[in-house]
Design a protein around this ligand. Structure first.
Ligand code: OXD
Ligand code: MN
Length: 588
């Protein structure tokens, strides 16, 4: 269709056509006419369902196969040449062996089907941060989701000469035993097969923007991170930016779209969302770290999203959104999920398309716990005016967080960059009853990158440590924990919008505008350094939230030693030294 004359691109596509043998090949040009025709086709075949267009204009529902509802870490591979370069936290297979396996699966997989060629851009097209890719897929659902999550079509295709990430996706028969999500860093290539579920097959997101991009960042001297980007505007009108990494189920999307408490709003504070999941960060000419969100939409978890927990996310999903695996309210063709409101529909279909009502469900959820919305970023009421700034936004603070009942205080600041990398490397969450494994056991998830780091985790830490040399004006690094509990297991800190109080302290620390006290684990606020006006938290409770239990931290040191052991002599010496220094301070 003449969207590119690039011979490398065209030859590669021809090879994939010869392999998959589609009946037809269609290039996605990004036009509304073409996308609309595809929506109609998907509705005609039952792949999508058109929702109430008065209440939810441009919105559709899709149900994935019940055996294909989440990312599958056990079937996700990093296929670099040498096993030791993938490290102990990734699955690895020899690239030749993997290609042989995949080629068998792809061979003839698109017979009678259409192959869609999606040229796409991660980042603002033409910006110095942007990277380009092509995903070949036999799924209209993938095309339509990619058109929300990334910039697709002619504009992106015009830049393919700058190099591109090769992506191939075939749904095949969705056999879970032959499901593969594979990254080949040496070839800048991604292959997914036997899945139709978002996180596995929308290749721009985890596969490209994290697993492949983390490799590019290492080679080119920048960082591809699993982080939200949030702008915080103070009453003087100045906007300061933070990025934040959190494991799943820690409220990352809520923090990315935070609404300040009423008192803060009256004083003129505002928050702006730049991104909710991924940050690409480079050193700017001013020596600061600048971040862009390479995505163009949100692929958010639906259950739990409501008018209270995250009104901005809810409003974002009211138009132009694809819902996956939520419940359908048959009375008015709208959608529902657990905790959306207290009025579950009585005449509904659950996420599998079976009749559902609260009376007859017997506790069966209406929506899958990992049901999702794919919504355009521009719908978000608090989307940052800098969202499309090709140079990104300057980062003042990097925040790491997890879910810890006792150990981690509400917030602490690292002593310096290397200590901050240490703080990121020991991130973890305690298992809740919902996750498999022993309740209370800490699952370490350094920088929230365990499933997404495209090379050896210890080399990744070394890359973080090395970045210090090129950042003359580095962001300060912090850790937060919204999840401390009392003796009854109840959360002590109210969280949500009230987290603004912690963000205020963090940003003030970055500009030497507030105090702190030095402890064994880093710098903590004094009780008077956190604003408690207008929130039902006493000074005593805050003091408790800001306490450091030496006995627990001594246990923590032992846990970290255990965790570090698997990285052997690849563990950066700077991190081993940080651990020893922490232990020494606790003993002193
Ligand atoms: C996501 C994830 O879907 O981190 O963003 O799993
Ligand atoms: Mn994520």
């Amino acid at each position: 269709m003449g969207m590119t004359n690039n011979k490398t691109v065209l030859d590669w596509i021809d090879q994939q056509i010869a392999l998959c043998k589609p009946e037809k090949v269609v290039w996605i040009d990004g036009s509304e006419e073409q996308l609309e025709a595809l929506r109609q086709e998907a509705c005609a075949t039952g792949e999508m369902y058109k929702l109430n267009q008065e209440k939810l204009p441009g919105c559709y529902l899709h149900r994935s196969d019940p055996t294909d509802v989440a990312r599958v870490e056990s079937r996700t591979f990093i296929c670099c040449e040498k096993k030791e370069d993938a490290g102990p936290t990734n699955n690895w297979m020899d690239p030749k062996e993997m290609y042989a396996k995949l080629n068998k699966l792809y061979d003839g997989s698109m017979k009678g089907l259409t192959m869609y060629v999606i040229p796409y851009c991660m980042g603002v097209v033409g910006s110095p941060f942007a990277k380009y890719g092509i995903e070949l897929t036999d799924s209209i659902y993938v095309v339509l989701n990619m058109a929300i999550m990334t910039r697709v079509g002619k504009d992106a295709a015009a830049y393919l000469d700058e190099g591109f990430i090769k992506g191939l996706h075939a749904k095949r028969d969705l056999n879970p035993d032959d499901r593969y999500i594979v990254q080949f860093p040496q070839d800048n290539a991604i292959c997914s097969v036997n899945s139709g579920y978002g996180g596995n097959v929308l290749q721009g997101k985890k596969c490209f923007a994290l697993r492949i991009a983390s490799n590019l960042g290492r080679q080119e001297g920048w960082l591809a991170e699993h982080m939200l980007i949030l702008g915080i505007q103070n009453p003087q009108g100045e906007v300061r930016y933070v990025t934040g990494a959190f494991p799943s189920a820690c409220g990352k999307t809520n923090l990315a779209m935070l609404i300040p408490p009423e008192g803060y709003q009256k004083d003129g504070w505002k928050c702006w969302c730049v991104g909710d999941d991924i940050a690409w960060m480079r050193v700017g000419p001013d020596g600061r770290l600048w971040a862009v969100n390479p995505e163009n939409g949100f692929f958010g978890v639906a259950p739990g999203t409501n008018e209270k927990s995250n009104p901005n996310a809810l409003h974002t999903t009211q138009k132009g959104t694809i819902f996956t695996n939520v419940a359908l309210n048959l009375d008015d063709d709208t959608v529902w999920w657990e905790k959306l409101d207290k009025n579950p529909p009585h005449n509904a279909l659950d996420w599998m398309g079976n009749p559902w009502s609260p009376e007859t469900a017997g506790g069966r959820p209406a929506a899958h716990p990992n049901s999702r919305f794919t919504a355009p970023a521009k719908n978000c009421p608090c989307i940052s005016p800098e969202f499309e700034n090709p140079n990104g936004v300057p980062i003042s603070a990097i925040i790491f967080g997890g879910r810890r009942a006792k150990t981690a205080p509400l917030v602490y600041q690292s002593r310096d960059w290397a200590h901050g990398v240490f703080v990121g490397s020991i991130m973890g969450s305690e298992k809740t009853a919902a996750a498999e494994g022993t309740v209370g056991e800490t699952r370490r998830d350094p920088m929230a990158m365990i499933p997404f780091c495209g090379y050896h985790m210890a080399d990744y830490w070394q890359h973080w440590l090395d970045m210090e040399k090129s950042i003359s004006n580095p962001p300060k690094i912090f850790n937060v924990n919204w999840f401390r509990t009392d003796d009854k297991g109840e959360f002590i800190w109210p969280g949500f919008g009230e987290n603004m109080r912690v963000l205020e302290w963090i940003l003030k620390r970055c500009f030497d505008e507030t105090g702190a006290r030095e402890t064994e684990i880093g710098y903590l606020p004094n009780v008077d350094d956190i604003n408690l006006e207008g929130v039902d938290v006493s000074r005593e409770t805050l003091a408790d939230l800001l306490s450091v239990d030496k006995a627990l931290w001594t246990e923590e040191v032992a846990g970290i030693r255990d965790f570090y052991r698997q990285f052997g002599d690849k563990l950066p010496k700077a991190l081993a030294d940080e651990l020893d220094a922490l232990e020494a301070r606790l003993k002193a």
